[in-house]
Design a protein around this ligand. Structure first.
Ligand code: C2E
Ligand code: CA
Ligand code: CA
Ligand code: CA
Length: 277
């Protein structure tokens, strides 16, 4: 059963009776996991709503725990951030994602690869150098890379982070504002950082067609993205009703279980052959 759940990528919060449900790991264990290669990247497609064609993938980290099985990011990202481990973690995810991007490129796939970046990664200019170097080593153009930053992390005093993001943008890396609607980024920040993409949080997408409040937030987010010339991505597209809303409203891209759950890199080719809307 565990193997099946791992294959289906069902988050622990949705399982019952699993020993590792909601278990949070300590910093030493997480450090060992990073250093011994127990973290792997899964990838979830982002598809164009008008054509159904895959435009890119988002890397989502997974931990293959030798005893507990599959462990999900909410069980270790927070601890990694609080204990100075997120630098290494992000480095691992980025370098694997870039190498994978190169493999897909060589197979003739036109894909952008997105990676989640924590605000704690954006405290020194070393981060910018590392991203540039990893992309160069993998021979991937910056325009093929998307860095996703969660909106709620953009609050407060973030001058240094904004400087690093701006520099990366000037080098042509693409920037995406994640979980939009759950933070309170000031509109000034949206003006100051040239984000290329806005991801409407899944909480405002799934079931939005039947809920006035969700629908209002979804509509407002989409309108803002359009007015600021950003590509709008709807997250958490779980059923055809959600998908139809995106089509009717002209959302650019869609991501969610209706399209595909996150999967290992090797599974993407087969998924692409089968996928149709
Ligand atoms: P996120 O960046 O917002 O990623 C989307 C999350 O929603 C993923 O959870 C994905 O599996 C899940 N998801 C996708 N489609 C659906 C759907 O249709 N319905 C529902 N209910 N959920 C869906 P996951 O992989 O557990 O990741 C959770 C969060 O952990 C991510 O949220 C991201 O903030 C963080 N994370 C994941 N990988 C990394 C990483 O490499 N680095 C950092 N810093 N954070 C990461
Ligand atoms: Ca994300
Ligand atoms: Ca998100
Ligand atoms: Ca999220």
């Amino acid at each position: 059963l565990r193997m099946l759940l791992m294959k289906l990528d069902v988050p622990s919060s949705m399982r019952s009776g699993e020993r590792n449900t909601r278990k949070i790991y300590d910093a030493d264990t997480i450090r060992t996991a990073i250093d011994s290669g127990q973290l792997i990247n899964y990838y979830q497609p982002k598809v164009r709503v008008d054509t159904g064609v895959i435009a890119g993938v988002e890397a989502l980290v997974r931990w293959h725990h030798p005893v507990d099985g599959m462990v999900y990011p909410d069980q270790f990202i927070g601890v990694a951030e609080e204990n100075g481990l997120i630098g290494r973690l992000t480095h691992t995810v980025l370098s694997r994602a870039f190498i994978q991007a190169k493999v897909w490129q060589q197979s003739g796939y036109e894909l952008k690869v997105a990676v989640n970046v924590s605000m704690d990664n954006l405290t020194s200019l070393d981060f910018q150098d590392a991203v540039v170097r990893l992309a160069a080593e993998a021979e991937i153009l910056p325009g093929k890379i998307v860095l996703e930053i969660t909106e709620s992390q953009l609050m407060g005093d973030v001058r240094v982070s904004l400087e690093i993001l701006t520099r990366l943008r000037l080098k042509r890396f693409h920037l995406s504002i994640d979980d939009f609607g759950t933070g309170h980024s000031s509109l000034t920040q949206l003006r100051d950082i040239p984000f290329d993409e806005l991801k409407i949080d899944q909480g405002f997408v799934h079931r939005a067609s039947g809920d006035e409040t969700l629908r209002a937030i979804y509509d407002a987010s989409l309108a803002l993205a359009k007015q600021l010339n950003m590509e709008a991505v709807a997250e958490g597209v779980e059923d055809r009703e959600d998908w139809e809303l995106l089509r009717q409203t002209g959302c650019d891209l869609a991501q969610g279980n209706f399209i595909s759950r996150p999967m290992p890199a090797e599974a993407l080719g087969e998924w692409m052959e089968k996928w149709h809307v």
